[in-house]
Design a protein around this ligand. Structure first.
Ligand SMILES: C[S@@+](CC[C@H](N)C(=O)[O-])C[C@H]1O[C@@H](n2cnc3c(N)ncnc32)[C@H](O)[C@@H]1O
Length: 274
């Protein structure tokens, strides 16, 4: 797991994000969720997908939700902002969690949005502590998918819903590397959608919703071309999170979608009420 932690550990991330905001002319005393979106929603179709997931999840203001693998917390904050619920995010990367906490303070959302550095395989919470959970594009880095989902199952209350938006394998896996979630094959553990579905039910969940979002992902990356020569990167973008070869990673994701090497699944899994 060390190399995965290392992959998601840029130095001085918060200050780099602040410098990026400054360069694009954002007034730091009035930063909004949308200002941060280019860098803090690190998943396919960014905030558009997050907003769809918020609708699908139907979490309510009285709830406390766990975001497993929250990154720098863009979707954690958006969920709290739109649904009005408290959200706790956990992530393996201390650097991401540090940035997540400081960005949340910058937005003055720290009352309802909290973070901890922790592994999805060993959640630092009591049984039945959350009303629901979500994970957005984290499973690719997790080899022990049953271990992760059993942990999510353990910490949510009976009747609670887990919303997962996850990259899976496809007919022609393995994918080309590097991709946004992995520099090489040693960090990426993709299983086909059917196998993913089986692991979810083996952890004890009932599957309530199962949507294949691969075609939308393919369309979102259809325009991505092979990067040639010097790469002009924006001031604010996910290259700050995972390195300056992001264009190559995006291009490989495009090829992996076109060649049916990866798929994208959105699902709601329910812990049966007792
Ligand atoms: C592609 S990013 C997605 C981040 C965030 N969910 C988002 O959509 O912006 C994958 C995240 O999963 C985290 N991660 C990978 N393996 C993990 C594990 N075993 N436990 C907790 N977090 C993990 C990484 O540190 C990274 O922040």
């Amino acid at each position: 797991m060390k190399h995965i932690h290392g992959y998601y550990s840029p130095n001085d991330l918060y200050n780099k994000i602040i410098a990026g905001l400054d360069k694009v002319g954002t007034d730091l005393s009035e930063v909004t969720l949308d200002d941060l979106q280019p860098v803090d929603e690190f998943h396919i179709r960014g905030d558009t997908a997050t907003k769809e997931l918020i609708k699908l999840a139907n979490f309510t203001p009285d709830m406390h939700i766990l975001d497993v693998g929250c990154g720098v917390g863009g979707s954690t904050r958006r969920l709290s902002h739109v649904a009005g619920c408290c959200v706790t995010g956990i992530d393996l990367s201390d650097e991401y969690i540090d940035a997540a906490e400081r960005l949340t303070q910058l937005l003055n959302m720290q009352e309802r949005v909290r973070f901890h550095a922790a592994s999805a395989l060993d959640l630092p919470f009591e049984n039945n502590s959350f009303d629901g959970a979500w994970s957005i594009q984290m499973n690719m880095n997790v080899e022990d998918k049953l271990g992760w989902l059993k942990e999510v199952y353990r910490v949510i209350k009976p009747g609670g819903r887990a919303v997962l938006y996850e990259v899976c394998g496809n007919k022609n896996t393995p994918p080309y590397f590097p991709v946004p979630w992995a520099q090489d094959a040693s960090m990426s553990f993709l299983v086909p959608p059917e196998a993913f579905r089986e692991v979810i039910t083996s952890a004890g969940f009932d599957i309530e919703v199962w949507n294949d979002k691969t075609e939308l992902a393919r369309k979102a990356f259809a325009h991505v071309t092979e990067p040639i020569g010097e790469q002009n990167l924006p001031e604010l973008g996910v290259h700050l999170l995972v390195g300056n070869d992001i264009r190559t990673k995006a291009y490989n994701l495009h090829r992996n979608l076109e060649e049916e090497r990866v798929s994208l699944i959105e699902t709601v899994a329910v812990k049966p009420a007792k």
